[in-house]
Design a protein around this ligand. Structure first.
Ligand SMILES: [Zn+2]
Length: 334
């Protein structure tokens, strides 16, 4: 049973701001963190400690104009910022023993990739998404993504907290936790069961492994034959998993696949192709543990895909698995 946020183990609310390349993107780190803001909440739901750091970016050293406008962080502040690696160690100490809470589901994947980029460990479980809880508890809609400040308005909380800086957004989120907890305490058992299913799915998404790599191809038809695409990794243990359904275009050029890890069961893969500024294909993949239901859904889509006659599939592509035992020289007329 999902317990209340401010009762029990301590909570740290985390919020991040990040920079991006205006002209160029490093696929290993499309978003580079420039501010970590957090506050630690005590058992009464009050802010017990604050954490606020501006970081000096290594990849995207110039602040993106749009990001500067939204956050108000200046180039001078960034130039004087500290190294992410140092701030990360401090943040781990600040958060010790606490459960992470964020507003929205975007911060954790960005954090994970930044941590991977400096080859540090990720000691945290995926955060609880207070935005999702808010939507579910107050509007019966967990996918409704309330902007933090409109959520405060909806709850008629007036605050002098400025918007769009990490530490302020963490503080503003703190104002909503007592209301969220009150509602959580009123949930019926069946509503709680629904919520737990939603949170479980979110957790799997948050734990997904995301990879992105550039290729030299011009066309998607070539990209889907790339040898690296035939590798399918378990997001939990990192070992090779065997395909149950090969990559296929499940519609709108979003590719899906299913594989099985010996230790961790079914894994769903999602993939899409982008073009770099030089017109070359960049492959982005996401691997996550899948429920039986998700596997069934991909299998159904694959079945529907196979029902389309090959000459009517147009640009919809499918990976051809190497047949076992002999060298694969299979042709792909698609
Ligand atoms: Zn595994």
């Amino acid at each position: 049973m999902f317990d209340r946020l401010t009762k029990g183990e301590p909570v740290v609310i985390l919020d991040l701001e990040w920079n991006q390349g205006s002209y160029y993107t490093n696929p290993k780190i499309p978003h580079e963190i420039i501010e970590i803001g957090a506050c630690r909440i005590d058992a009464e739901g009050r802010i017990a400690a604050r954490f606020s750091r501006i970081l000096k970016p290594r990849i995207y050293r110039q602040i993106d104009r749009h990001i500067q406008k939204v956050t108000g962080i200046t180039q001078e502040e960034l130039d004087q910022g500290e190294r992410f690696a140092d701030a990360w160690q401090d943040f781990i100490r600040f958060t010790e023993g606490a459960r992470l809470v964020t507003w929205g589901r975007d911060d954790f994947p960005v954090l994970k990739r930044n941590v991977e980029f400096i080859q540090a460990d990720m000691p945290f479980e995926p955060p609880v998404d207070a935005q999702l809880l808010f939507g579910y508890l107050f509007y019966k809609d967990s996918s409704r993504q309330f902007n933090l400040h409109s959520a405060l308005e909806e709850m008629q909380i007036t605050s002098e907290i400025p918007a769009h800086r990490a530490i302020y957004d963490a503080e503003a989120t703190a104002l909503l936790l007592p209301l969220i907890d009150e509602k959580l305490g009123q949930l019926e058992a069946d509503e709680m069961a629904v919520l737990e299913t939603i949170l479980d799915k979110e957790r799997r998404i948050a734990l997904a492994k995301v990879v992105s790599f550039p290729t030299t191809y011009i066309s998607f038809t070539e990209a889907i034959m790339d040898r690296r695409v035939t590798h399918f990794y378990c997001p939990v243990c990192g070992s090779r998993a065997n395909f149950s359904v090969p990559w296929f275009d499940a519609g709108k050029e979003k590719y899906e696949a299913v594989a099985r890890c010996h230790s961790h069961g079914y894994i769903q893969g999602n993939m899409h192709f982008k073009k770099s500024t030089k017109g070359r294909v960049v492959i982005s993949q996401r691997f996550s543990q899948a429920s039986e239901e998700q596997v069934k859904s991909v299998k159904n889509k694959y079945h529907a895909f196979k029902m389309i006659p090959e000459n009517k599939r147009h640009h919809r592509l499918e990976m051809h698995l190497p047949s076992s035992g002999r060298k694969n020289k299979a042709s792909n007329p698609g």
